[in-house]
Design a protein around this ligand. Structure first.
Ligand SMILES: [Zn+2]
Length: 82
């Protein structure tokens, strides 16, 4: 029996220097959090700078450790077309 778990993640980039970040979608998209870039220290809105969103699938071993991670599917990165 395969043990699995899923994680909805958002990919976004710093509005100033272009550095990419990945964080939980509930944090980056649902809460529309402001993020401080670790490289250039610019504050930007993660949702506005979103480039992708995906559901990751984790294969878990019998000890509860992550064995493998893959992309289950890409999710729409914008709810409303603007
Ligand atoms: Zn930056």
């Amino acid at each position: 029996m395969e043990r699995k778990a899923w994680f909805d993640v958002a990919v976004f980039r710093c509005a100033n220097c272009g550095r990419f970040y990945v964080d939980a979608s509930w944090y980056a998209v649902a809460l529309e959090s402001d993020i401080e870039c670790g490289v250039c220290h610019t504050n930007f809105n993660a949702k506005k700078e979103l480039t992708d969103r995906a559901l990751l699938e984790f294969m878990i071993n019998e000890k509860g450790k992550i064995r493998e991670v893959m992309i289950d599917k890409h999710l729409p990165s914008k709810e409303n077309k603007e």
